[in-house]
Ligand binder design. Structure first.
Ligand code: UDP
Ligand code: MG
Length: 323
């Protein structure tokens, strides 16, 4: 890293990567604030004048791309990428990083809704200049999130921790990565990308900085409850095979219980006081049936993932690029 900084340029070229899905209401304000910040940092010689903002339009249907084109015409610091369909937040980030790493020394991903504090960006750059390859933006509180979101997120982090994935508590996707960290990240060729879990695996020097997470200024959250649930399931099943083992262990427990019941039944039989056990029969039928289905569902989830990986499809398709 030191080499790159000394030889290439004195000031790093920074690319801000902003995924946008139906963010028409938010984008003018976002562009104003990010543009001002980037210009200020360029003027103050914190970053190189070749630094850019890259908006990644994740298949928006509300005219977001038109806005991005307008910003690009008005200002040379704005670039844009339009994905051909809605590939999801994580894939939009990967698309942006893949393009940006060709030009940038350092990249920061930030959501379009400015819930993350953009004033943390200069601090992130300072950490980079001190030699960090990855700087995580961590929310110091979740006051601005709804009760449901806060608690579902907490449960999710706990489950992830229990399952052994090294994700960082209260860190979303507001993060600085150096060029070599991004290159390393892109070597993880899996389709089911869960950046929060993968980035800590890279292992370069990293640090965390704290900021207050704000409320969304305009527009609605693009993560519906269903999307959040999908995201969490993806996160867990992409990182851990523990659920399969859990099923296996549960199976052992069931067999043990069955043996106990068998002993009881034989005992009752030989003492001659068997009763017509319709209720217990029907109950266990449903219970075991349910367990089998749950088990099959979990196994199916992994098979589905293998299926997707084997197909080796591209993660996104770029329709247009503004440079
Ligand atoms: N986003 C995206 N594709 C999607 C969903 C979301 O690119 O399918 C973007 C969205 O425009 C925003 C960021 O991902 O910039 C985070 O989404 P949001 O703020 O709605 O999520 P929340 O903060 O509510 O978790
Ligand atoms: Mg948000």
């Amino acid at each position: 890293m030191a080499n790159l900084k000394e030889n290439e340029n004195e000031f790093p070229v920074l690319y801000l990567i902003v995924p946008c899905y139906n963010e028409r209401e938010m984008l003018p304000e976002t562009n104003k604030q990010l543009g001002a910040l980037l210009s200020m940092m360029i003027t103050n010689h914190v970053i190189d004048s070749k630094s850019r903002i890259v908006y990644v339009d994740d298949g928006s249907e509300d005219g977001t791309w038109g806005l991005i084109e307008k910003f690009h015409q008005k200002s040379e610091i704005v670039n844009g990428v339009k994905l051909a369909g809605n590939s999801g937040h994580q894939s939009a980030l990967v698309a942006g990083l893949t393009i940006a790493k060709e030009y940038a020394n350092v990249m920061i991903t930030i959501d379009a809704d400015l819930q993350d504090d953009i004033h943390a960006i200069p601090t992130m750059i300072d950490k980079y200049r001190e030699g960090c390859d990855i700087v995580y933006g961590v929310r110091s509180s979740r006051k601005s999130d709804s009760f449901l979101k806060r608690n579902s997120a907490l449960t999710f982090y706990k489950i992830m921790f229990y399952l052994g994935a090294k994700s960082i508590y209260n860190h979303a996707d507001f993060r600085l990565m150096s060029k070599r960290a991004v290159e390393q990240l892109l070597l993880y060729r899996e389709r089911n990308l869960f950046l929060r879990g993968i980035v800590p695996l890279i292992g370069y020097r990293s640090e965390q900085i704290y900021y207050e997470r704000k409320e969304r200024l305009a527009g609605k959250s693009k993560y519906s409850f269903a999307k959040m649930l999908n995201f969490a399931t993806d996160g867990i099943t992409s990182f851990s095979v523990k659920p399969i083992r859990l099923i296996f262990n549960l199976g052992l427990v069931f067999i043990f219980i069955a043996i106990c019941i068998l002993v009881y039944v034989l005992h009752a039989y030989f003492r001659g006081n068997t009763m017509p056990g319709w209720s217990s029969l029907i109950l266990s039928m449903w219970f075991i049936g349910g367990c089998v289905l749950v088990g099959l569902g979990i196994v199916g989830e992994y098979i589905g993932k293998i299926y997707l990986e084997v197909k080796d499809r591209p993660r996104y398709v770029i329709e247009k690029e503004l440079k």
